[in-house]
Design a protein around this ligand. Structure first.
Ligand SMILES: [Zn+2]
Length: 414
């Protein structure tokens, strides 16, 4: 007999987890803390009723496997960790929807589906304690920079390797986690959108095309300090003026890029006093786009504009790259299945890029065909206790994600 999928149970379990691991300020499931361990124990207890194998891998990721006729596997991922004072859905919705899918698949195939289905709870997705997000998934994908990670410390001065040791993980061996991907045929992840796009379109669900590439730079304009009373306007070398012109230009650059975003997030001036023309002005520019060529063009246009404005104002300009990551595109077949699953569930779908990075990006970078489903976020907000999604949308997302799992299993089976 087939037990139908029960999305209402997922909503009830989300509330149960919230009451167990939140306080009046929100979710407190910060990775490697006792509350996080408690949340994991709770999930393991839920999984116990299924004929599954569970273990923690070399990077602290928790894997639960429902073995199928074939070792080829569909992976379903999420993260039970939260930021401090976090929301009740970020990360754990993915896992609890995955749990419901495991129940459905187990019932439908009498404990032996045609392909293996595995649920993974990635360790420390948020990076709340050590400032390095996607820890477990980047160790698994092989992209974790060991030299950078080895010296990370939290606010108490505890080093990441020591924090890992306390939960039984040997830092120097975390990349052995990569062997978990051996038989992976596809990876799917459900997540709250954490932005306002679906909300503004009045759509509950969307298929995610990939995650934005990012170019992050510091731009410094070099002028000359001069007395604000004695220096005529036409004699100034005003470093701030050039920066101010660029702040307007980035809106035009983003507009032309069709789909990209640009942010000037900080601006510091020297000498920074009320009676002096600005000698030096340093701004930071963050540019993001799903298309690598478009991202490169946005950067090129910003550089050209900075030089033009510097020349106009008789000041110098220099650039310094702070950080960069290439766009990660999800698998076209899986994107199509995801759109189909959403349309079958609620009649309408939308395809959108993800601004934030997710564990799914790391899995995709490891070469595993990947897709994500987004569900609408109310207020377009997360990492905050006000993070919320309508219950009817939560139920829809579990139903659509289950349909995606079904299609992906058939695809993996080949
Ligand atoms: Zn998340």
């Amino acid at each position: 007999m087939t037990t139908p999928l029960n999305p209402k149970r997922t909503v009830a379990e989300l509330k149960e987890l919230r009451s167990l691991t939140s306080d009046e300020n929100g979710a407190q499931r910060v990775a490697f803390t006792p509350t996080w361990v408690k949340a994991r124990d709770w999930l393991r207890e839920k999984l116990r009723s299924l004929p599954v194998e569970s273990h923690i891998d070399a990077a602290g990721n928790s894997w639960t496997t429902l073995a199928g006729e074939s070792e080829r596997a569909l992976l379903i991922g999420g993260h039970i960790d939260s930021v401090p004072n976090g929301g009740w859905l970020d990360g754990c919705l993915n896992l609890l929807a995955g749990l419901e899918i495991l129940r459905r698949v187990n019932a439908e195939y009498g404990g032996k589906p045609p392909v293996t289905v595995r649920l993974v709870d990635w360790a420390d997705e948020e990076g709340a304690r050590f400032g390095k997000s996607l820890f477990g998934s980047s160790a698994c994908s092989g992209n974790l920079n060991m030299d950078e990670a080895r010296v990370l410390t939290d606010k108490q001065g505890i080093r990441l390797p020591d924090a890992l040791k306390s939960v039984g993980v040997d830092f120097e061996r975390v990349k052995e986690s990569g062997r978990e991907l051996k038989n992976a045929g596809a990876y799917i992840e459900l997540h709250i959108e954490q932005g306002p796009v679906l909300l503004d379109l009045e759509l509950p669900l969307g298929a995610v095309l990939g995650t934005f590439g990012v170019e992050r730079h510091a731009i410094t304009f070099h002028g000359q300090a001069a007395h604000s009373g004695s220096t005529p306007m036409n004699r100034r070398k005003d470093a701030f003026l050039a920066a101010a012109k660029i702040s307007q230009e980035i809106y035009r650059i983003a507009e032309r890029s069709k789909g990209g975003v640009c942010t000037i997030g900080s601006c510091t001036t020297k000498p920074g006093i009320v009676t002096s023309v600005v000698e030096e002005c340093r701004i930071t520019l963050d540019q993001r786009h799903l298309d690598a060529a478009a991202l490169a063009r946005m950067l090129q246009e910003a550089k050209a504009a900075s030089e033009r404005f510097a020349k106009e104002g008789n000041v110098g300009v220099s650039w310094e790259r702070l950080w960069q990551i290439e766009p990660v595109l999800f698998n076209p077949d899986l994107i199509a299945f995801c759109s189909e699953a959403i349309t079958e569930t609620c009649g309408k779908t939308h395809r959108l890029p993800s601004g934030p990075l997710h564990d799914a990006a790391e899995v995709a970078r490891a070469g595993i065909p990947t897709v994500m489903t987004f569900v609408q976020s109310l207020h377009g907000i997360s990492h905050n206790k006000i993070e919320d999604t309508k219950e009817e949308h939560l139920e829809l997302c579990v139903a659509a994600f289950d349909k995606l799992a079904d299609k992906a299993m058939k695809w993996v089976e080949g």
